[in-house]
Structures are given as structure tokens and as C-alpha cells.
Design a protein around this ligand. Structure first.
Ligand SMILES: Cc1cc2nc3c(=O)[nH]c(=O)nc-3n(C[C@H](O)[C@H](O)[C@H](O)COP(=O)(O)O)c2cc1C
Length: 350
């Protein structure tokens, strides 16, 4: 059952990906040009310091998608190969199926093949501390994503209905583990109200996973025989959620941007708005399922090269410098910011 559901998730995500219209609001975020940097821009650095122990060579990481069931491990192995060959970190998909199907060995095998790769475990907020330890141990995970997926569960006919004690559970899991915890959405964004509720918990990073990429409320609605009308793109866009998280968290925690960040220019805008790293998955999964490996390599190399070029265009040698460049936020994002009391003048005049 789980294996079938995981394969359906891939099918539905890829059909949504192929039919999607661009909604990312990138044209509403504009850089103010800087013409005289007075520095040598031959080498620019797109690495990023993520935690005390991890500096990623590339700011782009492969986000959670698959694994857990025997049916999806071959895809996870291919994703890990891609991550390793491009020096990227990788998050595995939800490991709850590991407990039901006893697939711990598959995760051990993945780790043995890639001893130096930064691997991120993934579990829902409902998982018990014991199961979570098993998930992290089998992968020897370097970090852990705990995903928040209320809308997904609610839409899923067979989804969870009891959401009591999630906050206390996240707190216990965070206290019991020694690796950095990432609180992650699943394509509906994360709002300030949610962050407020977990502010006392010792997580390190939030991954906003906004609605402008693959949105798991949409994915589950596609799977339903009896669809709910009018809930397309449920939640906050990736830029809205990023602006909101940055305003609330400041520099107290790191923020990862994800959800439809499929171009270098949108990624550089997210970094400029305060993201430490950028997650991507559906386009990569699409290349793998279509076995277009050469196109996949070309896509990632172009993503990195174009990011370097944009840094040069702004006179920046590294990602921290782009966070000092002035940014204009206009249109629907400006309206959103005003309604949510987000100070965007500080970006325009820094
Ligand atoms: C097939 C598929 C399965 C996914 N499974 C998970 C999961 O198990 N756990 C999770 O946190 N996110 C999961 N996601 C959500 C992604 O990590 C990500 O938040 C979302 O796809 C938006 O990013 P994108 O636009 O780059 O695809 C999945 C995404 C896809 C496409």
C-alpha cells in the first residue's frame, strides 16, 4: 500500500510539474545594480555555512522525495549519485515506511555507498522518539527534517486525523537527538503563527517549502477520486513564506528556501532575501524518471554557473555579499508584506 502511494506521489507530482504555470513572483523581486565593486571576481564562491559542522560546497541541495519502500529505493540511489557527483547535500523522503517495511538495510547500504555525503533524514511530526532514532541511525544522518503536513493528511482520504501533542513530540525528538533539526513544509509554506508555536524548541533551520513548486495539498487532491474544488496552490508562496520567516526569525535560525526555485535567478533572490540554502527536487526527479541523465547534468551545471554570473553582475564574491545588495519588492509581494507587517523598506535601502 505504502509503496503504491509513494509511486503515485511521484506520478502525480510529475504530472503537476509538467502542467504547471510559473507563479513564483520572481519579477516582483529586483536587484539594485552595483557597478563599481573594486574587487576581483574571477573566482566566486557559492558554498554556504549551514551549521557549525557543515559548510556545503553548493548552496543547492536535493530535497526530500522518496525512499522508505522497496519500490522507491532505486530512485533514491540515483538521486544520491546525482548529489554526490555535484557536491550537493541530499534529503531522503519520509522514512515512516522504513518501520512498516523494515527497510533499514537499504538506508545502511545508501550510506555505505556515500560515506562523505551530507544526508538528511526525514520524518513527520507524529513519529515516536524511538522510531526517529532508528531512522537517523540507519542512515547515519547528518541532519533531520521533521515535516509539517497538516493539509496533506487532511486531504488524503486515508490520512491522519489526530494531530494532538505534535508540538510536545517535536520538542522530545529535538531534545533526544544530537544532530541539527530542520522544520520543513511540504509545499504549502510555513507561516509566522506556526513558527511562534515552536519558538521554544531547539530546532536550527526552517525549510519554508512554499506553494509555488510541488504542493502536497495539490498532489493529494489529484489522487482523490472526489476532488475538493478551489484549493489549488493552498498556502503561502515560497517568497511569501521566506519573507515571513525572515521577519520573524531574524538571524536566530537559518532559513532554507524551497518550492519551485528552479532557476539560478530565483535562487539568488532567495539567498539575497536571507535564505542560507535552496532546496529543489521535482525537476531532478523528472530527469531521472525520464532517464535524461545528460540533460540533468547540464541543468545543474548551468544552475551553478548562472548563479556565479549573477553574483558577478552584482559585484559579489560570495553569497553573504549578495545579502547586502539592495532589493526592491513590488506587486503582490509588496501587498502581502504590508498586510503581514513585514518591513520591506529595509531590503530596498540597505
Ligand atoms: C514525489 C515527491 C515526494 C515527496 N515526499 C516528501 C516527503 O516524504 N517528505 C517531505 O518532507 N517532503 C516531501 N516532498 C516535498 C518536497 O520535499 C518539496 O517540499 C516540494 O516538492 C517542493 O519542492 P520542489 O518544487 O523543488 O519540488 C516530496 C516531493 C515529491 C515531488
Amino acid at each position: 500500500m505504502r509503496g503504491i502511494r509513494k509511486l503515485e506521489h511521484i506520478d502525480c507530482s510529475l504530472s503537476l510539474f509538467k502542467s504547471r504555470k510559473e507563479q513564483l513572483q520572481s519579477s516582483e523581486v529586483r536587484f539594485i545594480p552595483r557597478e563599481l565593486p573594486e574587487c576581483n571576481l574571477t573566482d566566486v564562491d557559492i558554498s554556504t555555512a549551514v551549521t557549525e559542522n557543515w559548510t556545503w560546497e553548493k548552496f543547492l541541495y536535493l530535497n526530500a522525495s522518496t525512499g522508505g519502500t522497496a519500490a522507491t529505493f532505486p530512485i533514491l540511489h540515483e538521486l544520491a549519485e546525482v548529489a554526490a557527483s555535484h557536491q550537493m547535500a541530499i534529503a531522503v523522503g519520509s522514512q515512516t515506511a522504513m518501520i512498516a517495511e523494515q527497510t533499514q538495510r537499504c538506508y545502511r547500504d545508501l550510506r555505505m555507498r556515500h560515506p562523505g555525503l551530507c544526508m538528511i533524514a526525514n520524518a513527520p511530526a507524529s513519529v515516536s522518539v524511538n522510531d526517529l532514532k532508528g531512522m537517523v541511525d540507519s542512515l547515519q544522518a547528518d541532519m533531520l527534517q521533521i515535516h509539517l503536513n497538516l493539509a496533506q493528511e487532511a486531504i488524503m482520504v486515508e490520512g491522519d486525523r489526530d494531530f494532538e501533542n505534535y508540538i510536545a513530540n517535536i520538542a522530545s525528538c529535538t531534545a533526544a537527538l544530537e544532530i541539527p533539526i530542520i522544520i520543513k513544509g511540504v509545499g504549502c509554506g510555513i507561516a509566522r503563527e506556526t513558527l511562534q508555536k515552536i519558538n521554544h524548541i531547539n530546532y536550527v533551520i526552517v525549510d519554508v517549502a512554499g506553494s509555488t513548486g510541488i504542493n502536497f495539498a495539490d498532489v493529494e487532491n489529484v489522487r482523490r477520486a472526489n476532488k475538493i474544488l478551489g484549493i489549488e496552490n493552498w498556502g503561502l508562496t515560497s517568497y511569501e513564506s521566506l519573507l515571513e520567516a525572515k521577519q520573524f526569525l531574524g538571524d536566530k535560525r537559518k532559513i532554507f528556501a524551497s518550492g519551485g526555485i528552479y532557476t539560478s535567478s530565483s535562487a539568488m533572490k532567495c539567498i539575497a532575501l536571507g535564505a542560507t540554502a535552496v532546496g529543489i527536487i521535482t525537476p531532478i526527479l523528472n530527469y531521472i524518471i525520464e532517464k535524461r541523465y545528460h540533460d540533468l547534468d547540464k541543468y545543474l551545471l548551468k544552475y551553478f554557473e548562472d548563479s556565479e554570473t549573477i553574483l558577478r553582475m552584482l559585484g559579489c564574491q560570495n553569497l553573504s555579499q549578495i545579502q547586502q545588495v539592495a532589493l526592491l519588492i513590488t506587486g503582490s509581494l509588496k501587498e502581502y508584506s504590508q498586510l503581514r507587517n513585514i518591513d520591506i523598506l529595509k531590503y530596498a535601502n540597505r
